[in-house]
Write a protein that binds this ligand. Structure first.
Ligand SMILES: Nc1ncnc2c1ncn2[C@@H]1O[C@H](COP(=O)(O)OP(=O)(O)O)[C@@H](O)[C@H]1O
Ligand SMILES: [Mg+2]
Length: 181
């Protein structure tokens, strides 16, 4: 059964990869872009899409002023932060705090998206990036699979830390190539 499931997951992974390649036949469309502007755009998009009453969370952004423009695909990166922020908000149906923070270090930027929601059960931690894994009644389970694919394509990394009942923090680390200040 476990082998069957692993095979199915691989199959779905391949399917999603092909789906993404279908939606984006060319490689990354990198441009010199402002990550903070891209994140702000994603946050606006999340806010606009929320049903009334679900938009009562506090938003805190802490953008590192040392981060200048660098080369990445702004359209896909907006999708990354949209998916992460939406998950954060959905984890806090009664309100809470969504915090986005960026920090420049030599050659890389860390961008954290954290929420004060219900957290991720430890037994689910391994599965959350798998396509079609969802714990939501109306979830699709593609948000994080897409996030990890886009981050991979940028040669970045994603890490998650979560505590049940306290919240979750996703950290996206991207190489800052072709920085202009
Ligand atoms: N910020 C978060 N807080 C709690 N659980 C999360 C968070 N982000 C992701 N998850 C878990 O990971 C699962 C997969 O997320 P995702 O791929 O975006 O699919 P979906 O949002 O459609 O369920 C979610 O169903 C949820 O269980
Ligand atoms: Mg999601």
């Amino acid at each position: 059964m476990a082998a069957l499931m692993a095979g199915e997951v691989d199959r779905m992974n391949a399917l999603v990869t092909r789906f993404l390649e279908f939606a984006r036949p060319s490689p990354l469309r990198r441009a010199s872009a402002d990550l903070h502007g891209v994140i702000s755009g994603a946050l606006d998009q999340v806010r606009r899409g929320l049903p009334p009453g679900q938009d009562s969370y506090r938003l805190e952004t802490e953008f590192d002023p040392l981060l200048g423009k660098f080369n990445f695909d702004p359209e896909l990166m907006e999708r990354v932060f949209f998916n992460l922020a939406l998950n954060g908000v959905q984890a806090m149906p009664g309100g809470g705090q969504l915090r986005i923070r960026t920090r420049l270090r030599p050659g890389f930027v860390d961008a954290e998206v954290s929420d004060s929601g219900g957290g991720i059960a430890s037994e689910n931690m391994e599965s959350i990036f798998n396509p079609f894994f969802t714990t939501k009644p109306d979830g699709v389970g593609l948000g994080l699979a897409i996030v990890s694919k886009i981050v991979d394509d940028h040669r970045g990394k994603i890490a998650v830390a979560s505590e049940v009942g306290r919240g979750t923090c996703f950290t996206v680390t991207l190489p800052v190539e072709g920085t202009t200040r």
